[in-house]
Ligand binder design. Structure first.
Ligand code: ACO
Length: 453
């Protein structure tokens, strides 16, 4: 029996919900600039007693946003209206960061000022630098990154207390600049090498690679190919609307928390293997396949038998080729060609893609390579170690998180507080420990002992 019915006449701005035994309930329809439709359920519970149930939020709009547009069916990704393909070719990471945060491409003066701020804030407070000494060499760089972002706010209380426009720009620049220094320092720490300080005359990406790969008396200078591929990597990771980590940033922000605390939480959300950690999982999977000597066909059969998932494949939103994967695959091919490098994992990846994309299991589930399938190969060929991959993603995503934090804060929105449908026990009376099942076990029923009295 159809219990509910929702009518959304195209010509009106109202959707009407018909629930059994209740009068029709009208909901305002919000239409986005790309003609996306949503009906507003904010008053649904107070008027009808119903809530919407959407496990994993796949169909829930948690906010309106003017930052990034994705059409997952058509493989479209735009930052502030600009196609990602144009930005990847024409823009720099710093310019894209400004665009995401402030909504427009910067004027030359704005870009110069922002670059200057990034340079001014690239050093870590010496007190903060000493925090690195407390981490064991085996610490995961994502744990260090999250902890250090949060800790860095302790050195700038003025930014936390006041988030007016000027302070916000200083916070944004500080965060973006320091994250890069923290990431490089944590890498050096894991190698047991001396920390390399940032160089004020180097651009954002060049400076990062310098801090990662220079050693005393042997400065590292990236080739244009390496620099270009790395820049594309960062640009393509800069934002992706309401994913797990960005929604985390907005959720933490909605409580009134400061930028550093919100972004530190975003780093933790990104860490998981189903999200930012997938670039690490994808490369580890390729390494395993290479080491096993198994044919790609056998691997695909095992995936179809659900023995494991093909990491770097599938996406909650993209049901066609992830546009970022197309650009990164090309960038990787260019990098390998121009540097004359060979990577056996790239051959396996290309074969996997070919086999999977012609197999009904993948076709029927719309599973295509996502950004992580080729991004790990780019990082590997730049010389970034696998356990730093997700940190690289985080560096790229910082501008997006800042933009979403800013948008959320300025929206004056309510604190995020989802509901649930409770499925636990209904009310029951407390049982004393003697009355519970399993009382006659090794511990006996010495109630005083069990209560710790
Ligand atoms: N390999 C094999 N099968 C897959 C894969 C995969 N990578 N992804 C999904 N499937 C299958 C599922 O087993 C399921 O099959 P079924 O219908 O027979 O049960 C079906 O496709 C749908 O899977 P869901 O888990 O419902 O898809 P969802 O949209 O929730 O998940 C996700 C998206 C998490 C990205 C998933 O595709 C996945 O686990 N991919 C591998 C991890 C990965 O690459 N993550 C990076 C995502 S991009 C990013 O975060 C930047």
């Amino acid at each position: 029996m159809d219990m509910t019915q929702v009518n959304v006449p195209a010509e009106t701005q109202t959707a009407t919900l018909h629930l059994p035994g209740q009068p029709p309930f009208d909901m305002a329809v919000t239409v986005g600039t790309e003609n996306e439709h949503a009906f507003d359920v904010t008053q649904l519970r107070s008027n009808t007693g119903y809530i919407t149930l959407d496990n994993g939020y796949g169909n829930t709009g948690s906010c309106t946003s003017a930052i990034t547009y994705i059409d997952g069916d058509k493989g479209i990704l735009r930052y502030r209206g600009y196609p990602i393909e144009q930005l990847a070719v024409n823009s720099s990471f710093v310019e894209v960061a400004w665009l995401l945060i402030y909504g427009e491409l910067p004027t030359p003066q704005q870009l110069r000022r922002f670059r200057q701020l990034l340079t001014e804030h690239e050093m870590l407070h010496e007190g903060l630098r000493h925090h690195f000494e407390g981490f064991p060499p085996s610490a995961h760089p994502m744990a260090m990154l999250s902890a250090m972002i949060n800790a860095s706010s302790c050195y700038h209380p003025e930014l936390i207390e006041n988030d007016d426009e000027e302070n916000f720009m200083a916070s944004a620049a500080k965060l973006m600049s320091k994250v890069r220094t923290i990431a490089a320092f944590s890498f050096k720490k894991s190698l047991g090498q001396p920390i390399v300080y940032p160089h004020p005359e180097k651009s954002y990406c060049r400076n990062f690679l310098h801090m990662m790969f220079s050693i005393p008396y042997a400065p590292y200078e990236p080739s244009p190919e390496v620099l270009g591929a790395f820049m594309k990597f960062l640009i393509l990771h800069a934002d992706h609307e309401q994913n797990c980590s960005t929604s985390t940033v907005r959720m933490v922000c909605s409580s009134g928390a400061n930028l550093f605390a919100s972004v530190a939480a975003g780093v933790c959300a990104l860490w998981g293997p189903l999200h930012g950690g997938a670039n690490q999982s994808a490369i580890e999977m390729l390494q395993k396949i290479y080491a096993s000597g198994e044919s790609v066909k056998t691997i695909v059969e095992q995936v179809k038998e659900k023995k494991f998932r093909l990491m770097g494949f599938g996406h909650r939103v993209y049901k066609s080729y992830d546009p970022r994967a197309i650009i990164l695959k090309q960038a990787l091919q260019d990098l390998l060609k121009r540097t004359g490098q060979e990577d056996p994992l790239m051959d396996i990846a290309m074969e996997l893609e070919e086999v999977a994309l012609t197999d009904d299991y993948f076709i029927s589930r719309s599973l295509y390579p996502n950004v992580d399938f080729y991004s790990g190969l780019i990082l590997r060929n730049i010389g970034i170690p696998v356990n730093m991959f997700t940190v690289m993603f985080a560096i790229g995503r910082i501008p997006g998180w800042i933009a979403h934090w800013y948008e959320q804060r300025r929206s004056g929105g309510r604190i995020f507080r989802p509901r649930q449908v409770y499925t636990g026990a209904t009310e029951r009376n407390y049982l004393s420990i003697e009355e519970r099942n399993g009382c006659a076990n090794d511990l006996g029923c010495d109630a005083a002992y069990l209560r710790g009295i």
